[in-house]
Design a binder for this molecule. Structure first.
Ligand SMILES: *[C@@H]1O[C@H](CO)[C@@H](O)[C@H](O)[C@H]1NC(C)=O
Ligand SMILES: *[C@@H]1O[C@H](CO)[C@@H](O)[C@H](O)[C@H]1NC(C)=O
Ligand SMILES: *[C@@H]1O[C@H](CO)[C@@H](O)[C@H](O)[C@H]1NC(C)=O
Ligand SMILES: *[C@@H]1O[C@H](CO)[C@@H](O)[C@H](O)[C@H]1NC(C)=O
Ligand SMILES: *[C@@H]1O[C@H](CO)[C@@H](O)[C@H](O)[C@H]1NC(C)=O
Ligand SMILES: *[C@@H]1O[C@H](CO)[C@@H](O)[C@H](O)[C@H]1NC(C)=O
Ligand SMILES: *[C@@H]1O[C@H](CO)[C@@H](O)[C@H](O)[C@H]1NC(C)=O
Ligand SMILES: *[C@@H]1O[C@H](CO)[C@@H](O)[C@H](O)[C@H]1NC(C)=O
Ligand SMILES: *[C@@H]1O[C@H](CO)[C@@H](O)[C@H](O)[C@H]1NC(C)=O
Length: 718
């Protein structure tokens, strides 16, 4: 099955209030439900298909009532005795039902259905679940419901806007595409929303079912549109576009805009989603960003969406999604097309509150972990989750166990600890806090302090007689402890204190994971962004422990300087969020992104739009002041192919070339004969790791990379 769970956080604006809810596209129990366009109805008549469902419903379009063929199309129930034409279904309240769970669509036309032109659209719905059908046709028509049950809103062509007001703000509304949920056609559970004040949801070319709970009362304003949807930025800050899983996406005409978001003035659109189109029949969604539309013609930039997951930002006045298709008769039955997008627009900001703008002449983004005068003055700004995993087997004698507890005590005294629900300092309002857990491990693991419980005032370890330290079990217990604590975006660190060697000949560090398995729990923890540090009090290195530790996080013995341990924890606290690539100094064994985090956009733009794109996310168009950075950027851009040219933040002010970060750097990499025409500069890979710069007209378009500070003690990210 192609679909995987796609969790998306939706943000809806209601007044100035932000409401969030989780949206997941997800199969659950199989409930039949089918949503047919006029063309599909025609195909069903010709192919004489049987549809299993108990209810048949219709949503007529504005003019389909007038189309002659609508009264010639009948739904016939499984007994073959009862049939209703579409006008009769409509007049019966939208739905009719069958005692036998099957239907056929038939016609009394003399041409047997062959000549149905589908010049007017309508939607025929079949479902094994009862639903009230509401046709979204008239602008702003309100629908009130104070009874529990399902309401399906459908427009026979174009889009639907649903806006909700609930009386009971604790009420939970469930959203589905289609008429239920299941594995057939457009049936997906979209998600649940706590109904608080007002929610807005846009859906296109699909039916949306809202399940209203027992205590429910909602007022729902639905708007259906024929050709395109237009959204003013001031009205909405969140859009959900979904086809669920549809086989009837059709571009209805050359001027049909699928969705048109009018932002009025430049805003930053963040687009996240999932996309799958049947390339064989040429289906395609093209996203077009238009800028400076007060001028005629405006600048436009189009991106065909053809990869399965979409994460991008576009700065524009107008954003449109156009659906192009070359559908032949046979293709009406395909169900390959599905997409789901979340779009949030926000005004352009030049500076994000969580980002430190680069200082003059310096785009190196320090992690803030330097020991000034040998003192770790950053320690109270640490904001990560740490679990100390302490070996209490025979090989750790009581002297070492005492050292371990005083090390942990010293480290934790320096940190601002706020285990779940319990700040250690009740006056603390800092967003930067750490959570700390402790696990003792011998032949099994024992929890001494849990991330989810108050941190103890004193720490004592009881030595065990066991010759074995089951580190693998300790790691499993740590991972479990992390997952039980409430979620946050911070780094996770497992700090192991052990004695790998012993006078006891039977001593062994035990990893529970069978070596035949490809990846140990430690490996998956590290692969998902966690750090493992090891302090081994024995004088020799045990290869398995070296391998277990993250690069640069292996130490032999206790160090006498607590500040060095705090610095190590601070380095672990320095990281780049998902979808960003970290840049470290070659000499940095721990690979901390002390030279920033980099995001490449899969789109090209003019120089000034590229700068806007970057600044709208609190970052800066990349600059280059040394060879190391030059190589690094080539590596980052190469995901869009070798030799992809990309803008660098270097421009001519009419007299001199200037770095946009105000650096005085004299480093250049001009190709011979460069710079010549144009006032902006791009870089391109030449051979191997070599590259060169060219000057260019700033209104030409190239790819680009944005850079920003890493998440660290001096830069809190959430
Ligand atoms: C069939 O429809 C009638 C009238 O709308 C309704 O009263 C009845 O409950 C329905 N039966 C089933 C099995 O859905
Ligand atoms: C089909 O039947 C309907 C009544 O249900 C009638 O109004 C219509 O004229 C008939 N069409 C043809 C082509 O006989
Ligand atoms: C919900 O609110 C509306 C408007 O404020 C009110 O008319 C209605 O009686 C309320 N319904 C319930 C069930 O509380
Ligand atoms: C509404 O639809 C959901 C999802 O298919 C289903 O679980 C629920 O039973 C339906 N509610 C009613 C009242 O039919
Ligand atoms: C996406 O479309 C572009 C332009 O049509 C094409 O060059 C690229 O290969 C496509 N990528 C995929 C993954 O299909
Ligand atoms: C860059 O040059 C300006 C003016 O010459 C000077 O004031 C500034 O200190 C220099 N900055 C650096 C980082 O060298
Ligand atoms: C919390 O604030 C109160 C009043 O300002 C002060 O007396 C107390 O010492 C503070 N507690 C800590 C742990 O800082
Ligand atoms: C944390 O998030 C993950 C992934 O979204 C989820 O599986 C897990 O249940 C969450 N844990 C808690 C305690 O909320
Ligand atoms: C840059 O390109 C624009 C648009 O093609 C053109 O109008 C302009 O004259 C060019 N500028 C230079 C300096 O070539």
């Amino acid at each position: 099955m192609r679909w995987s769970i796609l969790p998306l956080l939706l943000l809806c604006v209601s007044g100035k209030k932000l409401i969030s809810f989780l949206l997941a596209i997800n199969y659950s129990s199989a409930v039949n439900g089918f949503v047919y366009s006029c063309n599909e109805v025609k195909q069903s008549i010709l192919k004489k298909t049987t549809i299993s469902a108990s209810n048949a419903c219709v949503a007529l379009g504005d003019y389909s009532v007038l189309a002659g063929f609508v009264q010639d199309i009948f739904v016939q129930d499984g007994t073959g005795k009862n049939q209703w034409n579409l006008i009769e279904v409509h007049e019966a309240g939208g739905c009719v039902n069958s005692t036998v769970d099957s239907w056929r669509i038939v016609t009394n036309r003399t041409d047997g259905g062959e000549g149905i032109g589908c010049d007017e659209e309508f939607t025929l719905l079949f479902s094994s679940i009862q639903s009230t059908i509401v046709t979204a046709r008239d602008n702003g028509r309100a629908h009130y419901s104070n009874t529990a049950g399902n309401i399906t809103v459908v427009v026979s062509r174009g889009g639907i806007l649903l806006e909700f007001t609930c009386n009971n703000t604790l009420q939970k509304l469930d959203f589905y595409t289609g008429l239920g949920n299941g594995e057939e056609e457009e049936m997906f559970y979209l998600g649940s929303a706590q109904c608080d004040d007002q929610l807005s949801l846009w859906a296109l070319d699909t039916a949306i079912t809202v399940s209203i709970p027992d205590d429910g009362y909602i007022r729902m304003i639905n708007t259906g549109t024929g050709g395109y949807l237009s959204m003013g930025y001031y009205e909405f800050d969140m859009i959900v576009m979904g086809s669920g899983k549809s086989n009837n996406l059709i571009q209805h005409g050359d001027n049909d805009k699928f969705l048109w978001l009018d932002a009025d003035d430049r805003v930053s659109f963040a687009i996240d989603g999932f996309y799958e189109m049947d390339q064989k029949v040429g289906n395609n969604i093209v996203l077009t960003a238009a800028t400076d539309c007060e001028r005629d013609p405006c600048t436009t930039k189009s991106v065909p969406l053809n990869s399965s997951s979409v994460h991008m930002t576009m700065v524009a006045d107008l954003l449109s999604f156009d659906y192009y298709t070359k559908v032949g008769n046979a293709d009406y039955w395909r169900d390959d097309d599905a997409f789901f997008f979340r779009i949030i627009s926000s005004p352009l900001t030049t500076e994000s509150p969580t980002t430190i703008p680069p200082v003059k002449g310096d785009t190196d983004y320090s992690c803030g972990c330097d020991l000034t005068n040998g003192i770790a003055s950053f320690s109270s700004d640490l904001w990560l989750d740490v679990i100390f995993l302490v070996d209490v087997s025979k090989s750790m004698d009581s002297v070492n166990l005492n050292k371990a507890s005083s090390l942990i005590q010293s480290i934790t005294n320096s940190m601002n600890i706020q285990n779940d629900g319990t700040p250690s300092d009740s006056n603390s309002t800092s967003i930067k806090y750490s959570r700390v857990g402790i696990i003792a491990v011998s032949d099994s693991a024992q929890i001494i302090a849990d991330l989810s419980s108050p941190f103890p005032n004193s720490i004592n370890f009881n030595p065990s007689n066991s010759p074995e330290a089951n580190i693998g079990n300790g790691i499993d217990t740590s991972i479990d402890m992390f997952s039980r604590a409430s979620n946050r975006t911070s780094r996770q660190l497992i700090y192991i204190i052990t004695a790998s060697d012993s006078s006891s000949t039977s001593f062994k560090i035990k990893f529970t994971q069978a070596s035949a398995l490809q990846s140990s729990p430690g490996d998956s923890f590290k692969n998902s962004g966690g750090i493992i540090a090891v302090t081994d009090v024995s004088p020799s290195k045990v290869p398995s422990l070296v391998d277990l530790s993250s690069p640069g996080y292996y130490n032999l013995g206790f160090r006498n300087n607590i500040n060095l341990d705090l610095q190590m924890i601070c380095d672990a606290n320095c990281f780049c969020p998902q979808y960003q690539t970290g840049f470290s100094d070659d000499s940095d064994e721990r690979e901390t992104p002390s030279r920033g985090c980099y995001i490449s956009q899969p789109i090209t733009a003019t120089f000034s739009l590229a700068m806007d794109y970057c600044s709208s996310s609190g970052s800066l168009l990349s600059t280059v002041h040394d060879d190391q950075k030059e190589y690094f950027l080539i590596g980052v851009i190469s995901q869009f192919g070798a030799k992809t040219p990309f803008w660098i933040g270097y421009e001519n002010n009419g007299k001199d070339w200037e770095w946009i970060d105000n650096s005085n750097s004299t480093y250049t990499k001009w190709a011979s004969g460069q710079p010549n025409i144009g006032s902006c500069a791009y870089e391109i890979q030449t051979t191997g790791f070599n590259s060169a710069w060219y000057s260019d007209n700033c209104s030409n378009e190239h790819n680009f990379i944005c850079e920003k500070s890493p998440c660290s003690v001096s830069n809190f990210c959430n």
